[in-house]
Design a binder for this molecule. Structure first.
Ligand code: CA
Length: 707
């Protein structure tokens, strides 16, 4: 249950704690707690490495967002003594993806449904907790899970953006809200926010998600003190019958040709990376994919469709564009450029350059001059069958004509999960290496049946509008039986030469963000539940611990009272077959480790992965087939492809007799909406809901035969 702590704070802090009964007040004095002020500003962030190397003041640690810790106590010689110092259960089965902040010995982080914690970073004791009471049914509008990637801190306040699109400032000392604004321009569309806000230059910057459902992307800046709107930058043009909101939209509109993209939305959401550059007073925004994905439907006359899949530099004070670089002109594959961006100074071709680095979904690693947006490098870091290379003279990728999917469905690399997604990268400037996770995860791109028959595609209300029909697609993949294997990698990548100094091949494709440290170590959590320290030079494993939960969040490092810690959110939920979450169920925690500590996590029992006998299958072959398509269109994004959840949300092949009995009231009546399972009565009839249930039963029967 999620309860708001803030109002009760003065009376009973411990009453909201999820730990056991507190000790009687007359026997144990309350532990001294760290000073909670979070007086973070530009000067403090700039001085962090010399003044307080044990802090973690922004999402990416500092403004450069390099996620490199200068701490050295935990190093190759000492790491064998690394153990768990403390942990705290976080009570959710939704994915944990956030980066904590560490300010004055206090750890601030968010969890699914945007519950915000302030903990004593030394021992995990709760200082305050705030629940913005995001309605559970908002989960239905989030394409890819109930997610929150983090917070921002500035001048005594903690800034948070919620899944339901609000932006708020909290008093860092108490967690009590100071102001709150609604960032969403159209509440009839499925806008959500999963990314962390950024704060600098007196303003808070936030984008949103929702391109898969069909929205129009934008970024807004608000006055950090008052919440008053300062500027808004749209990333794609709107209805041509209406005036342009700002001059950049006139430029963008010329690159959209034919079609009625604005009815679906156009896409271009800025759902992850926003970076402030104090050198130029710029804000860099990473812009997402088109809505719909397929360009021949979105913009049938061709065109680059600015600013989809672009990195755009805006003046931090005015929101006026300074330059842009489009990674994937005319995006056709969900190749977002929202992945984390890092700023650095480095020598390239004999000149000292201030650069921006990004490894977006499309498989090329970009190094861009921050002063003017000039492309300096674009090396391939993964298998890319959609394009052969980037032409450095034009800055454009050279598409592979053999992989057009207008006429035939095609397996293409990368797929919509990208060659690299939002998982954090880390840059070790002393070695000139960027460490990051990547994968070869192919996807069968195909045109929608509706379009193939009629040449039209009509917006689907409150459903995905990718124009890739996942229901038919999953059925087609099962029938074809030719799905290539997905693979995962941890890379030590030289952004200038494009060479990989080392690569660790992972047994699972979907793993966590990365932290490099001056202790010559690279930390990463993975799907199997292993948190590993790799040798920065060789990739050899120097230390490893299993935490019994899949990890996708990035580790951080911090120091309190002269001791270095490594901390990470664990419990990813739904991270696929053979993951720790499938083996043990998903246990959400924040775990903090230091040298010489030896706290043990409770060892979870391995789950019985057998499938109980399902109720009888009574539907016709046609109804089960229809149920499969409906499942793929509506249920698969949370409950897993072909009804195999593999951790986190319920695996419907194992649904209990009670769930089967209550099926209609859950699916149509919304009886579990507080958990995120909202009613789908607007999309499904009673017969449709039953068809989905029959498909799930058929899958249970099928998989029981195999075990
Ligand atoms: Ca997308």
């Amino acid at each position: 249950m999620r309860t708001s702590c803030a109002l009760l704070l003065c009376l009973f802090v411990v009453a909201c704690s999820d730990d056991a009964t507190p000790p009687p007040p007359d026997t144990i004095a309350p532990a001294p707690q760290p000073t909670v002020t979070a007086m973070v500003d530009e000067a403090r962030i700039a001085a962090m490495d010399t003044v307080e190397p044990g802090a973690w003041l922004t999402y990416g640690r500092n403004y450069e967002e390099q996620r490199f810790s200068p701490l050295t106590q935990i190093n190759q010689d000492t790491v064998a003594d690394l153990g768990i110092a403390w942990y705290k259960d976080l009570h959710t089965f939704h994915p944990l993806e956030a980066t904590p902040l560490i300010i004055d010995g206090v750890m601030y982080f968010s969890t699914p449904f945007n519950i915000i914690y302030a903990l004593d970073a030394k021992n995990g004791e709760e200082i305050w907790r705030y629940d913005p009471e995001v309605p559970g049914e908002t989960a239905r509008d989030a394409c890819c899970g109930v997610i929150s990637r983090g917070l921002a801190a500035y001048k005594g306040r903690i800034y948070a953006a919620t899944l339901d699109g609000r932006l708020m400032a909290l008093d860092a000392a108490t967690g009590v809200p100071v102001w709150e604004v609604d960032t969403i321009i159209d509440r009839t569309r499925q806008y959500t926010i999963t990314g962390a806000p950024r704060v600098a230059s007196g303003k808070v910057y936030i984008g949103n998600g929702g391109a898969e459902y069909g929205v129009r992307g934008y970024v807004t800046a608000y006055d950090a003190d008052t919440g008053e709107q300062a500027w808004r930058f749209y990333t794609v043009p709107g209805d041509p019958a209406l005036p342009f909101e700002h001059a950049e939209m006139e430029l963008a509109a010329k690159t959209w040709k034919g079609g009625e993209w604005w009815k679906i939305g156009g896409g271009g959401t800025v759902w992850n990376s926003i970076v402030y550059d104090p050198d130029f007073n710029n804000i860099y925004i990473g812009v997402g994919n088109g809505a719909p994905w397929t360009r021949i439907i979105r913009s049938p006359g061709g065109g680059d469709n600015l600013f989809l899949a672009s990195i755009v530099a805006l003046d931090a004070d005015t929101g006026v564009m300074k330059w842009y670089y489009q990674t994937t002109p005319g995006d056709n594959w969900d190749y977002t450029a929202v992945q984390d961006m890092m700023l650095a100074d480095m020598e390239i071709d004999g000149a000292q350059r201030k650069v921006l680095m990004q490894a977006p979904k499309n498989g090329f690693f970009y190094v861009i001059d921050r002063s003017d947006g000039k492309l300096l490098r674009a090396h391939k870091f993964a298998t890319t069958t959609w394009a052969t290379h980037v032409d450095m003279a034009t800055g454009r990728p050279v598409e592979n004509p053999d992989k057009a999917y207008v006429d035939n469905a095609q397996w293409i690399l990368p797929g919509p999960f990208g060659a690299h997604n939002w998982q954090a990268m880390s840059y070790d400037a002393s070695r000139g290496l960027v460490y990051f996770d990547s994968h070869d995860a192919p996807f069968l791109y195909s045109m929608p049946q509706e379009y193939q028959k009629s040449g039209f595609y009509k917006r689907r209300i409150r459903q995905w509008n990718t124009a890739v029909e996942f229901g038919h697609l999953q059925q087609m993949i099962r029938q074809r039986g030719d799905e290539p294997e997905s693979k995962g990698y941890l890379n030590a990548f030289d952004p200038i030469t494009g060479e990989k100094k080392w690569v660790v091949e992972k047994s699972h494709p979907d793993n966590g963000g990365v932290l490099a440290t001056a202790g010559n170590l690279v930390f990463q959590g993975d799907a199997l539940g292993d948190l590993t320290a790799f040798d920065s030079d060789t990739g050899e494993v120097r230390w490893q611990i299993n935490l019994y939960s899949s990890m996708i969040a990035p580790p951080i490092s911090y120091a309190v009272d002269g001791e270095q810690y490594i901390a990470i959110q664990i419990g990813a939920g739904g991270r696929g077959p053979d993951s720790a979450d499938e083996k043990y169920g998903s246990t959400a925690r924040i775990v903090s480790l230091k040298l010489g500590a030896n706290v043990q996590l409770p060892v979870p029992p391995e789950l019985d992965l057998g499938i109980p006998e399902p109720p009888p299958l009574t539907a016709s072959v046609e109804d089960i087939s229809r149920g499969e398509v409906l499942y793929g269109d509506i249920c698969t994004f949370c409950h897993g492809p072909s009804a195999r959840s593999a951790g986190g949300l319920p695996d419907l092949r194992r649904a209990s007799p009670e769930t089967h009995a209550a099926w209609q009231s859950i699916v149509l009546g919304g009886s579990k909406k507080a958990n995120g399972m909202a009613s789908f009565a607007d999309l499904l009839t009673n017969d449709d809901a039953e068809r989905i249930r029959q498909f799930v039963i058929s899958r249970a029967i099928e998989d029981r035969k195999e075990t």
